[in-house]
Design a protein around this ligand. Structure first.
Ligand SMILES: [Ca+2]
Ligand SMILES: [Ca+2]
Length: 248
């Protein structure tokens, strides 16, 4: 090395230059290998997390839009003017509730039978819904095996844009809802039904149903509460769909 004061010159031998080149190539190879491994890890991760939009058939609409006026005494979500966001679920998610047994706090419904809740018919006509008595009532679906539950879609009664009160949806490991009860939706903001205060908004019934994110909780039983509606004191169910992945 020659230091000329203003210019620093470095002589290297051919052997040293080859060594430096080899180190450079080794370094690049190392980086490439690391990137390749990282890519592999990321792609394995994204496979595990691979998701799809929740898709389901809609019944025929009975009216267009929802009322501009919020019914007195309700806490309906302010209209956003947008379509509700699509819920993303794991790609293996399927409908797991169809034709599964249903029981209820009202074992003798006023109109219809409890099996209408999971029979796959979501149309609004008479004969397609079950009517339960007044006050707080529930229906409960036994999935007949534990499943990772990702979505619940409920149609109470969509012939008109009514609002059901105190809609609470819970999951549990046992039919008596004692073990491992988890609440995935609750719009009883004043706890009038005694199941706890809920932050979710009330909503107008439409043919779109109400999509509830069940967050992948594992459970066998799904219970849905309501406490009358803005048109009458009764409780109705046209269809409930539970989407998830059965656990082996
Ligand atoms: Ca039905
Ligand atoms: Ca309430």
């Amino acid at each position: 090395m020659l230091d000329t004061g203003c210019l620093r010159l470095v002589w290297i031998t051919e052997e040293e230059s080859m060594r430096m080149l080899r180190r450079l190539v080794d370094g690049l190879l190392g980086v490439s290998l690391a990137m390749w491994c990282l890519g592999g890890v990321l792609s394995i991760g994204s496979y595990a997390q691979e998701k799809k939009p929740l898709e389901f058939d809609l019944p025929k609409p009975q009216f267009i839009g929802t009322p501009k006026e919020v019914p007195p005494g309700t806490r309906v979500e302010p209209p956003s003017g947008q379509k509700p966001p699509v819920l993303m679920v794991p790609k293996d998610t399927v409908l797991i509730s169809q034709f599964k047994p249903v029981n209820s706090s009202d074992e003798e419904p006023i109109i219809g039978e409890l099996d209408l809740v999971t029979d796959g018919d979501k149309e609004a006509q008479d004969g397609c819904y079950v009517e339960l008595g007044p006050m707080l009532q529930w229906v409960q679906i036994d999935l007949e095996q534990t499943a990772e539950i990702h979505a619940i879609v409920v149609w109470h009664y969509h012939s008109e844009a009514r609002v059901y009160h105190d809609v609470v949806v819970q999951l549990a490991d046992d039919p008596d809802f004692i073990t491992n009860v988890r609440t995935v939706f609750n719009n009883d903001h004043d706890n009038s039904s005694g199941l706890g205060v809920g932050d979710d908004y009330e909503y107008f019934e439409t043919n779109q149903g109400k999509v509830i994110d069940a967050q992948g909780f594992k459970a066998r039983y799904v219970r849905l509460y309501s406490n009358g509606n803005t048109s009458n004191e009764q409780n109705h169910y046209t269809e409930v769909e539970v989407y998830g992945i059965p656990v082996e």
